[in-house]
Design a protein around this ligand. Structure first.
Ligand SMILES: Cc1ncc(COP(=O)(O)O)c(C=O)c1O
Length: 469
C-alpha cells in the first residue's frame, strides 16, 4: 500500500478531536481508522504508544487506549502485550466480532457459538410449501415486479397473525414486512434515530444491535440487569441523566442471558418509557419459541412501542422473513427506510412465510424446533448441573459463568484449540471495554449434528473443569 508520510498526522488527529459531538475516543478512533484505510500508515507499522500520542494530542492515555481498542475490535490493528499496537491486517467487511456470517471463517466441528432454527432438510411440510410456491401465479407475478415497500396486504396480514399472541392483537395496517429481524431493526434505527442519538439497551445485548448502531453513529448506553432483564431503576436513572431517544430490549428469552421479564416488570418498563416519552423497540426474535410468554411491552404502551419479529429462530434463518409492528404514525417513515435499503421485502420470502402462517403449517415447524431444542438440552443440561449456568427451558442458549480467576476469553480460546467454538460475554457487551466472566453456548446450529453438539459441550465442560494453567 502507498503510504503518504508527508501529511502531518498529529495535526489531522488534533483537528478531528475538535470536530463532532461523539465521545473523544470515538472521534479519535474514527479518524485513525480513516487514515489507516487511506494509507497514512503502512501495514505492519507500529502506532505511537498511548502515552506519547496522548501527550501529542493533549488527551488522556485512557482515551488513546480506548481508541486503539476500537481499532482492534474492527480488525484494523493487532495488539501485542508489552510490544505495542501494529497496523493490519485489515479485514475488509469485518464489523464486529460475533456478528459474522458463516462464510467469514472456516467452520469448526463443534460450533456452539451460533443459533438459528434447526435444519428443515427432508422436512415434508417445508418441502410441500416450496413446491406449492412454484404453482402459484400470484407469487410468480409478485416476483416479476416491484411491490409496495410496506409489503403486500396478504403478507402483512400473515405478519399480524404471527405477532399476535395472548391478549395482544396486532393490526395488519401497522405491519411492515422486512427481510428478517436484523433488517427490521436497521430500518427502524435508520428511520427514527439520527447520528449521535442515545439508545438504551440491556448491558449485554444482541450483537446485531451494536453493529447497526455503530454503522449509524447511534450511541448505545447499557443498563444494569437482573434475572428478569433490565432493572426499572436503571432505566429511570439513565433517562434522567441522558437525552434518550429509545429503548431496545428483549423481554422474552433475552439474548444472551435468556432472562424473561415478568408481567409486572413489563408494566414498570412501559410506564417509565411513557413518563420519559421514549420509544420502545421490543425484539421478539427468540420470544416466538415461548408460546406462553406474557403480553409484549407494546400491550401496555401501544402508542410508543415497536415490535420486531422473524421466522429465523422458529422456522429457518435463510428464509429471511421478518415483521415490524409499529404505531400508525411511524409506519410510513419506517416503510421508506425499507425502500431505501432494498426497495421492498423480497416477495418469494414473504410468500413462503405467509403460506406457512396462513395454512398453520408454521405451528408444526415451530413445535418441531421447540421439541428438538428440548431434546438436545436434555442431553446437555445434566452435564452442567453443578455449574453456575442460566437458561430458559425453550432457549437454545446456556449463559455459563467461567471459574473464578479465569477470563471468559481464556476458556473460549482453549475450547477453540480443541475445535469447540463458544461466544464470550465481551461480544454482547455494550460497553466494549467491559469483560465479564460469562460464555454463551448454544444447542441450536443447523450445521452441527446432535452428536456434534454433545461432543462440543463435553469439550467445553472439560475446559471449564480443568482450565490449562
Ligand atoms: C435478538 C435477535 N434479534 C434479531 C436477530 C436477527 O434475526 P434475523 O435472522 O431474523 O435477521 C437475532 C439473530 O440472532 C437475534 O438474536
Amino acid at each position: 500500500m502507498h503510504v503518504n508520510s508527508k501529511i502531518d498526522r498529529v495535526s489531522i488527529l488534533r483537528k478531528a478531536l475538535t470536530e463532532g459531538s461523539d465521545l473523544k475516543y470515538k472521534r479519535l478512533s474514527a479518524q485513525l481508522e480513516a487514515m489507516i484505510r487511506e494509507g497514512h500508515f503502512a501495514q505492519g507499522e507500529k502506532l505511537p504508544t498511548h502515552r506519547r500520542l496522548a501527550d501529542q494530542l493533549s488527551v488522556t492515555a485512557g482515551t488513546v487506549s480506548k481508541a486503539y481498542s476500537e481499532l482492534h475490535l474492527n480488525g484494523l490493528v493487532n495488539s501485542h502485550v508489552g510490544s505495542g499496537t501494529y497496523v493490519g491486517p485489515i479485514e475488509h467487511g469485518k464489523t464486529f466480532s460475533n456478528f459474522e456470517n458463516y462464510e467469514d471463517f472456516p467452520r469448526e466441528n463443534f460450533d456452539l457459538s451460533r443459533s438459528s432454527a434447526l435444519t428443515l432438510k427432508d422436512n415434508p411440510v417445508f418441502r410441500k410449501t416450496l413446491e406449492q410456491m412454484t404453482l402459484r401465479q400470484d407469487v410468480i407475478t409478485q416476483m416479476s415486479q416491484y411491490g409496495p415497500e410496506q409489503g403486500y396486504v396478504e403478507h402483512r396480514k400473515a405478519g399480524a397473525n404471527w405477532i399476535s399472541h395472548q391478549s395482544f392483537k396486532a393490526s395488519y395496517d401497522q405491519v411492515i414486512c422486512t427481510n428478517g429481524a436484523q433488517h427490521a431493526l436497521f430500518c427502524i434505527l435508520l428511520a427514527l434515530l439520527k447520528r449521535g442519538d442515545a439508545l438504551l439497551s440491556e448491558s449485554f445485548t444482541y450483537p446485531g444491535l451494536i453493529s447497526a448502531c455503530r454503522s449509524l453513529g447511534i450511541n448505545i448506553i447499557g443498563l444494569a440487569m437482573d434475572d428478569e432483564g433490565i432493572l426499572p431503576s436503571a432505566l429511570d436513572a439513565a433517562c434522567k441523566k441522558n437525552k434518550v431517544s429509545a429503548l431496545y430490549c428483549m423481554p422474552t428469552m433475552q439474548n444472551p442471558t435468556t432472562a424473561v421479564m415478568s408481567e409486572a416488570r413489563r408494566v414498570a418498563i412501559a410506564e417509565i418509557c411513557l413518563k420519559h416519552n421514549i420509544l420502545i423497540l421490543e425484539d421478539e426474535a427468540h420470544a416466538v419459541l415461548e408460546k406462553e410468554r406474557p403480553p409484549p411491552i407494546s400491550f401496555y404502551a401501544p402508542e410508543r412501542s415497536i415490535i420486531i419479529s422473524s421466522l429465523s429462530k422458529a422456522v429457518a434463518a435463510g428464509i429471511r422473513a421478518g415483521f415490524i409492528h409499529a404505531p400508525s404514525t411511524l409506519v410510513q417513515r419506517i416503510s421508506r427506510a425499507v425502500r431505501s435499503t432494498c426497495w421492498m421485502p423480497t416477495p418469494i420470502a414473504m410468500s413462503v412465510a405467509c403460506h406457512l402462517i396462513e395454512t398453520n403449517a408454521i405451528k408444526s415447524l415451530l413445535d418441531l424446533q421447540i421439541s428438538e431444542i428440548s431434546r438436545r438440552k436434555s442431553l446437555v443440561s445434566p452435564m452442567f448441573q453443578h455449574k453456575n449456568v442460566k437458561t430458559h427451558k425453550h432457549s437454545p442458549y446456556y449463559w455459563i459463568e467461567v471459574p473464578h480467576g479465569w477470563r471468559a476469553s481464556d476458556i473460549a480460546e482453549e475450547a477453540k484449540q480443541k475445535n469447540c467454538l463458544v461466544s464470550t460475554a465481551e461480544a454482547f457487551a455494550v460497553d466494549r471495554h467491559r469483560t465479564a466472566p460469562y460464555l454463551r453456548a448454544s444447542v441450536s446450529n443447523p450445521t452441527v449434528s446432535e452428536q456434534g453438539i454433545v461432543s462440543g459441550f463435553k469439550i467445553l465442560l472439560d475446559v471449564l473443569n480443568n482450565p490449562a494453567t
